[in-house]
Design a protein around this ligand. Structure first.
Ligand SMILES: Nc1nc2c(ncn2[C@@H]2O[C@H](COP(=O)(O)OP(=O)(O)OP(=O)(O)O)[C@@H](O)[C@H]2O)c(=O)[nH]1
Ligand SMILES: [Mg+2]
Length: 295
C-alpha cells in the first residue's frame, strides 16, 4: 500500500469536546480537558501512525468572540492559522446546539478550500436521537461537508468511523514523524498543562482564566523526576484562593497533577508547586511570548 500522511485540524468553539476527542482517538491523555470553556490555549499535535497511514491531528483553542485580552486574541489567532495549513478540517460541534460562534466558524471554513468533516459530538447527551437526522439534513444544505459524523468522544461511539473515514482523505506522501512519536510538544510542556488542568478542574469559575503554569525546573534522575512548577496568577486574592486553607487547595492540585505526570512519564515524580502574583500576565505580549504562546 502507498504511504499516506496528513494534518487534520480539530476546530470548533470552546467546550465542544475537541481535546476529549483527540485523547479518545489516541487512546491517551495528551491534551487537557475540563468542563470550563477555553481550556486549551496552545496548538498541540497528536500523532497516530497505523501501518502506512500517519494521522497528524492538530488540537486547537476553541474559537470564541467577545474577549479583548491579548491571550484570547492569541488563542483565536492560533486556531485560525491552523485552518489554512492542514489537509482536512474536522469541525467539531456540540450535538444539535448550533450557536453564533459555530456560525462564525462555518463562515471561516467557507473561505478555505480544505475538505471539511462535520463532527457532531456529545450524541450521548441527546435524549431524542431522532432529532439528529433532520438536523444533519438541514446542516448539509448549508455547506458541502465531506461527511457528517455523529459521535461521542466520551463513550467512544462513532470515533473509529471518523478516524477511518479521515484516512481516505489523507494525501499520499512519506510520514513526517517517527512511528512512535505521539506529539510535537516537550514533556515539560505536557507537565505544565497537566497542572493547569487541575487549576481548571478544581478552582472556581474565575481563577482558571487568571492562571498559567510555568515549569521552572525539570530534572530527570535515575529513579525519580524532580519538577518545580510555578503557577502565575493576576491578583493576591487569586493566590489566596489557589493556595487554600493551610495550603490544602494547592496540595490537592499538586497531588492530582503528580499522579498524571507519573502516568505520562512512567516514573515517580517529585513535584514542587508554588504560586506567584504577576499582574497583567495574560494581557502582555511580552510575557505571553516568554510563556510560549504561539503568536
Ligand atoms: N456528554 C459528553 N460530554 C463530553 C463529550 N466530549 C467532551 N465532553 C465534555 O465536554 C467538556 C469539554 O471538553 P473539552 O474536550 O475540554 O472541550 P474542548 O472543545 O477541547 O474545549 P476548549 O479547549 O475550551 O476549546 C468536558 O467536560 C468533557 O468531558 C461527549 O461526547 N459527551
Ligand atoms: Mg480543548
Amino acid at each position: 500500500m502507498t504511504s499516506v500522511c496528513g494534518y487534520i485540524a480539530l476546530i470548533g468553539r470552546p467546550n465542544v469536546g475537541k481535546s476529549t476527542l483527540l485523547n479518545r482517538i489516541l487512546h491517551q491523555k495528551l491534551s487537557i480537558t475540563s468542563s470550563k470553556p477555553q481550556t486549551t490555549r496552545h496548538r498541540i499535535l497528536g500523532i497516530c501512525t497505523e501501518g502506512d497511514a500517519q494521522f497528524v491531528y492538530v488540537d486547537t483553542p476553541g474559537i470564541h468572540q467577545g474577549s479583548k485580552k491579548v491571550m484570547n486574541r492569541m488563542m483565536n489567532k492560533t486556531a485560525l492559522s491552523v485552518l489554512n495549513d492542514v489537509d482536512v478540517v474536522a469541525f467539531v460541534v456540540d450535538g444539535t446546539h448550533w450557536q453564533d460562534e459555530d456560525e462564525y466558524i462555518l463562515s471561516l471554513i467557507k473561505t478555505t478550500t480544505v475538505p471539511c468533516f462535520l463532527v457532531v459530538n456529545k450524541v450521548d447527551k441527546l435524549a431524542d436521537k431522532m432529532q439528529l437526522l433532520p438536523w444533519m439534513d438541514a446542516i448539509s444544505q448549508r455547506h458541502a461537508f465531506t461527511a457528517i459524523i455523529p459521535l461521542s468522544a466520551k463513550t467512544g461511539s462513532g470515533v473509529e468511523t471518523l478516524h477511518h473515514t479521515l484516512q481516505t482523505h489523507l494525501p499520499e506522501g512519506p510520514h513526517l514523524f517517527d512511528e512512535d512519536q505521539l506529539t510535537d510538544r516537550s514533556t515539560r510542556f505536557l507537565c505544565a498543562e497537566l497542572l493547569r488542568e487541575k487549576v481548571f478542574r478544581l478552582c472556581g469559575q474565575e481563577l482558571p482564566y487568571a492562571a498559567t503554569v510555568d515549569i521552572e525546573a525539570f530534572k530527570e534522575e535515575d529513579k525519580i523526576i524532580r519538577i518545580c512548577a510555578l503557577i502565575l496568577v493576576e491578583k493576591e486574592s487569586h493566590k489566596r484562593m489557589l493556595i487554600g486553607n493551610k495550603g490544602s487547595k494547592l496540595k490537592e492540585m499538586a497531588t492530582a497533577a503528580r499522579m498524571d505526570m507519573e502516568r505520562l512519564l512512567q516514573k515517580p515524580v517529585f513535584l514542587q508547586c508554588w504560586c506567584k502574583v504577576k499582574t497583567g500576565w495574560s494581557n502582555s505580549d511580552r510575557v505571553l511570548k516568554q510563556l510560549g504562546f504561539d503568536h
